[in-house]
Design a protein around this ligand. Structure first.
Ligand SMILES: *Cc1c(COP(=O)(O)O)cnc(C)c1O
Length: 414
């Protein structure tokens, strides 16, 4: 099937923007390596193409939550270090050891399962001990650290594991100045110091997520783990917009108007009639709904660019579609309704949708469902040099010149 101008809906993924974001983030943490966090299908952007683009721009690690996600990257041929951290008992430890993944270990049960798998596999597992420095989620409590470190060292002495990393995760890095940040850093230094005194020789120590990478150099250590900023989205309103941070949103979500029609005053719109037209007007039907990840909480509030103007979701978002009040305008059927994108074409951003739906932009992009095909643009780095784009910048955070529209468009494999 060829890519046509009119389609129900598409999520365009600009890989040049992703590469530029990786370079910008590396410039923020020049002494540290960068792990591109591509969990949850790269926050909805597509794990394999995003992982490849991140490595091309200088990331040297990939990170996922589940081992299945990490194994899928390895199976797709992605080289280098891949770490996963969200394990449950009975997980695919042996496959992970054989795939040379780095495995987050938060407790004794996990250490015992991984050691058993390593014995069966006949090779040492690369494990990274996770400290709970205050997040209160994954990680080993300070009071249990001595026991975990001790048992890991014994397993290392037996050749069953190699402790490659010591790491932790922040609770409030998106709120600069929050007192928990310094407390977590101090606790992290203590727990790392203790493990090293006992004889752990980690390749990497790491605690920084996107907000800490952007705002907290003392938290960079050997490696930073950036998720949301890789996709060009601000980690939170307190840090400013993506543009303030020199980041470029990677995903543009659009749908084609499926119907444009005149309706009289007093006409109810969508389930429950929570919107009623106040005068004669026109309605546009946007053929995406909550099954596609459009939040139902954005009923009556979500912004959409149609025909050069911001419109608002009229009434409820349904499973497959919603309406906008076009205020008498009559754009043609098939006209693009842009839900969000970088914002410089006048369209709303994922951050605007987060505000409209009472959530965070992470959730907006991650929820976009599999029914929306991902289309990758600017996939090839070399296209720029060939088309006279000049030398690419490195580490300065400047953007590559935009390729002409649709030159590098490819359908995703979905
Ligand atoms: C998701 C995740 C990250 C990335 O967080 P961002 O705020 O998206 O940068 C880093 N580390 C861990 C452990 C995570 O789960």
């Amino acid at each position: 099937m060829s890519e046509t101008a009119v389609a129900r809906a598409r999520a365009e993924i600009d890989l040049a923007a992703l590469r530029a974001n990786v370079r910008t983030l590396r410039a923020h943490a020049p002494a540290a390596a960068l792990m591109a966090v591509v969990k949850s299908d790269a926050y909805g952007h597509g794990a394999v193409p995003c992982a490849r683009a991140a490595l091309a721009a200088g990331a040297t690690w990939l990170g996922t939550a589940t081992p299945e996600e990490a194994l899928a990257l390895r199976a797709a041929g992605l080289p280098g270090r891949i770490m996963c951290w969200l394990w449950a008992p009975g997980g695919p430890w042996r496959e992970a050891v054989e795939a040379d993944l780095d495995l987050g270990v938060s407790g004794l049960w996990a250490l015992r399962e991984v050691a058993r798998a390593a014995r069966t596999a006949g090779r040492a597992a690369r494990i990274q001990l996770k400290a709970d420095t205050g997040l209160g989620r994954g990680g080993c409590q300070p009071g249990d650290w001595e026991e975990l470190v001790g048992e890991a060292l014994r397993a290392e002495a037996e050749g069953l594991v190699r402790v490659t990393g010591l790491w932790s995760h922040f609770a409030c890095a998106d709120e600069p100045g929050h007192p928990s940040i310094d407390a977590q850093l101090a606790r992290f230094r203590e727990m790392v110091g203790y493990a090293e005194e006992r004889g752990v020789r980690p390749e990497v120590r790491h605690i920084a997520n996107s907000p800490a990478t952007l705002t907290l150099p003392e938290a960079h250590f050997d490696l930073v783990r950036t998720g949301i900023a890789t996709y060009g989205i601000s980690p939170g309103p307190e840090l400013g917009t993506a543009a303030d941070l020199g980041l470029r949103p990677v995903m543009t979500l659009w749908a084609s108007l499926a119907l444009v029609k005149r309706v009289p005053a007093g006409h109810g719109v969508s389930y429950g009639h929570q919107y009623v037209t106040s005068g004669d007007t026109t309605l546009g039907l946007v053929p995406v709904g909550y099954a596609d990840g459009i939040p139902r909480h954005a009923s009556g509030t979500g912004p959409v660019l149609v025909g050069g103007k911001w419109r608002t979701v009229a009434g409820r978002v349904a499973m497959d579609q919603f309406a906008v009040d076009l205020g008498g305008d009559t754009p043609p059927v098939g006209e693009r309704a842009v839900l969000f994108g970088p914002g410089d074409g006048g369209e709303p951003t994922a951050e605007d949708w987060a505000q409209a739906a009472g959530t965070i932009a992470y959730e907006i992009v991650t929820r976009i469902g599999t029914r929306v095909p991902r289309v990758y643009v600017n996939e090839e780095q070399d296209g720029y040099a060939l088309s006279g784009g000049g030398p690419r910048t490195s580490g300065t955070g400047q953007r590559e010149p935009a390729a002409p529209d649709d030159t590098a468009v490819k359908r995703s494999g979905t």
